[in-house]
Design a protein around this ligand. Sequence first.
Ligand code: PMP
Length: 390
Amino acid sequence: MTRSPPLLHFDHNASTPVDAAVLQEMLPFLAERSGNPSSTHSVGREARVAVDRARARVAGVVAARPDQVVLTAGGTEANNLAVLGAAREAASRGRHVLVSAVEHASVLGPCSRLREEGFEVEVVPVGRDGRVDPRRVAGAVRRDTTLVCVMAANNETGALQPVLEILRLLPSGVLLHCDATQVPGKVPLGEIVRKPHLLSLSSHKVHGPKGAGALVVRTPARPQPLLFGGGQEHGLRPGTENVPALVGFGAALERAAARTDEYVRTVGARTRALLAHLLDGIPGSRLLGPEDPASRLPNTFALSFPVRDGRALVPALDLAGILASSGSACASGAPEPSHVLAGMGVSREEASRTVRFSLGREVEEWDAEEAARRIRRALDPLLVAHGRQI
Ligand code: PMP
């Protein structure tokens, strides 16, 4: 009997499996330790201690004070709170907001909302490699600019953005929001998580549960709340805390950050090897995004393939047990090509035949050459120019 080949999970930027150790920490809070952190009895206090421990762990990873960490229900909520909350708070000083062209929908969506409220939101273009030029950002700042939004790393191309250079060029008083959901565990964090005034994080990108995240708020940022109610999270995110998810988030973020060096070494090497085998074995395939691996997340690359109908790519890979994503997972299913690729000047046609591969920790389970061969075999019936075999 032939054994089916292992599943190749190359869609980790969409989501990651919960770590076994993280799940173990969460389980009691899904069962008997069911307290509401606002309750003053012993079971409530136990839940409060757990949430505060999660907050302290998040704060430790980003070198913040615990009271600077607003725990949220994920990256989307953190981004909404940052963009809407900070722009509205500063509205009496100015109504000009700058945002990079390749931000996630959970940043661009609130920006559209700001426009409806009378703000002027200016989109800063990116180069062909998907990276923002810090001088272009600085050059677009006006006297009435209050907020600049540039992500740490793009989820579709892996492009690392020059957030620190941008910060250095910004006049004081202009806030920088950085969506850092894709970076923990993948690159050494350092100043990129310490310096931005508003920093968004998400749990399920770092082997934690879905529906948890944080916004780190540093002076002088003081976002207005989007929700009103019981006053939790310093009134910035009221609502009974999702204790098990937050416990998992704190544990997962800490574990991911602690293992970064190993991740960069192992996942980075395997990603570069897989990319090289694919480019070599599938003539006509093209890397979209930064050429230099040092300018990309170590686990991510976007490749366009020479096929007639790009819609068949992800299903063909899926049938062969290979998980990947066309553009951004959040946007897949939508007929519009990815705004990220469009922003890089990639044609609609090429964007429609682009696949994003985002690898994960399980590199010991597969071999790069064999994985490239499986991908080539899965796509073979679709490829227009049948070139070299691998
Ligand atoms: N920002 C980026 C860059 C992302 O990749 C994602 C997830 N696709 C989010 C924000 C949203 O995070 P969440 O899924 O936790 O809402």
